[in-house]
Write a protein that binds this ligand. Structure first.
Ligand SMILES: [Fe+2]
Length: 142
């Protein structure tokens, strides 16, 4: 069974953001499979670059969306995004410097992010959305 299976209860019902979240699950799954099959060393460099790119584009989209819906906890939420970005940059520099020992650390980091950020902080954005008068869960398109 995948460590990184997407579940519908992670969905914010905002298609662009949900699609981007699914990409992160897919990246985690790819890393997990590579570790299990002994192929993680070759994947680390492209994967960590992908995570750095992902953070730049996805967080910009999500933060833009939070402004649009006047999400009250945006500053704390952005702080979590910044922490992700910083951590990924530390990993990225180490991997580019030749460190191939970080696969499990990156895997654990991704797993924690999916549970603690997508499963908790992003879920609070969904709760806020659902409380908006007249906004059916699928009413907002970005
Ligand atoms: Fe987020």
């Amino acid at each position: 069974m995948s460590l990184f299976a997407w579940q519908e209860n992670y969905a914010l019902q905002v298609p662009r953001i949900d699609d981007e979240h699914k990409l992160l699950f897919a990246a985690g799954d790819k890393l997990h499979k590579a570790i299990v099959t002994g192929k993680a060393a070759a994947l680390l460099e492209p994967l960590i670059d992908e995570l750095a790119d992902y953070g730049r584009t996805h967080f910009a989209h999500e933060e833009e969306f939070m402004v649009e819906i006047r999400y009250p906890r945006i500053m704390a939420h952005k702080g979590e995004h910044q922490a992700f970005t910083k951590r990924v940059e530390v990993f990225r520099q180490a991997v580019h410097a030749g460190d191939r020992s970080l696969a499990l650390n990156i895997l654990q980091f991704l797993k924690n992010w999916l549970v603690e950020h997508i499963g908790t902080s992003d879920a609070q954005v969904r709760e806020h959305l659902q409380k908006q008068p007249g906004s059916g869960a699928t009413a907002v398109n970005v």
